[in-house]
Design a protein around this ligand. Sequence first.
Ligand code: FMN
Length: 361
Amino acid sequence: MHINPNLFIIARPPNQIVWNYKTHTQYELNIHYAKRLSELINNPNSFDADASMDAEFLASGIISTSKQTTPTWKWDELSKIFHIGTKDIPCEHEPQDIEEWSVHYLEHCNEILKKPAPDFLSEKCSPLDLIPLPPPLLTGSLEMPLAQSLISRKTCRSFTEDEICLSHASTLLYLSLGYLKEREQDADETIPETLRSRRSSPSGGGLNACDGFIYARRIKGLSPGIYRYHPDHHALSLARPLPAKPLGLLLAGQHFINTLPFGVFLTCRFDKLWWKYEHSRAYRMAYVETGHISQTFQLIATALGLKTWLTGAMADERIEDLLGLKNSPEQVLFFVGCGKGDAEAHCEELRALIKERSAQH
Ligand SMILES: Cc1cc2nc3c(=O)[nH]c(=O)nc-3n(C[C@H](O)[C@H](O)[C@H](O)COP(=O)(O)O)c2cc1C
């Protein structure tokens, strides 16, 4: 007999949940079942087909007569559970043609719209607290050809203390996170009003689940601080003063970034995703969406003649404290920033150290 290799066990006092993450099935075991399962894990051959508990374990696939193969997984157990657990979208009935798909999709959307919707506006903010941004530059200084911007984008780790101008920050925010006025005609009346906003990047389910908090350290015409960006108004509201501690302490000790004048903490509203996609696979999409926004930000910054940097290495809890997102369904996922610099991939200190070490050998 063989214990299913795709199980993990969660404590839910007074019981245990045995979760088969491959088939997305869960069983709640009381102390008696939990004890028997422990015995079977310890010695699968103690299985007794005539014992009712053992028969239930067999019927549920927790134990089986044949050994199941598992993929060669050259990563840790948690990533394996998440990856395998979110493979294959649960689908009760797979549409067999386009007509069937259309009916099915429309029904699905109508079902969702019957549910209470999450708050679609970014955090409520009095109009008096909104700080309007200047109009974005949509021509002129952004006229670098796309191919040139793609070729020139590079991760830089050496920034100067130079400030950036507010119109560049405004352009970066509008073109990466803003709801584009220019696309308002794209969404017709068949689309519910809350889902009509469009960005330059695609968005899972059109939900615009991602948002941004601005790290403004040196922007000409804007007081230093942490601001929430309101994509519907193309405006900011002050969230927190700029932390006294350097940015590097929020970003896994990467102190070469302390002089960065401007950045965006990209967040995701998980409640929006869950509203439309009630399965864990949508978590993958949160990062995919963030990646689109981050790349767009970097291409615009490059076209504006700025150097870019990005990271997913974060002291999440410190950032949650800073942004006021403790225990919130909105969570921070990524950081992207830009400023002026010498385009070096490494900071001066690391370059000097590398030089010194190589001179020693
Ligand atoms: C998802 C992701 C996370 C990254 N995290 C970091 C980071 O924490 N620190 C850093 O200095 N660079 C980070 N980078 C930048 C990469 O190191 C960089 O893209 C890579 O070395 C290639 O260089 P290039 O961007 O200049 O083409 C990250 C890039 C991506 C796509």
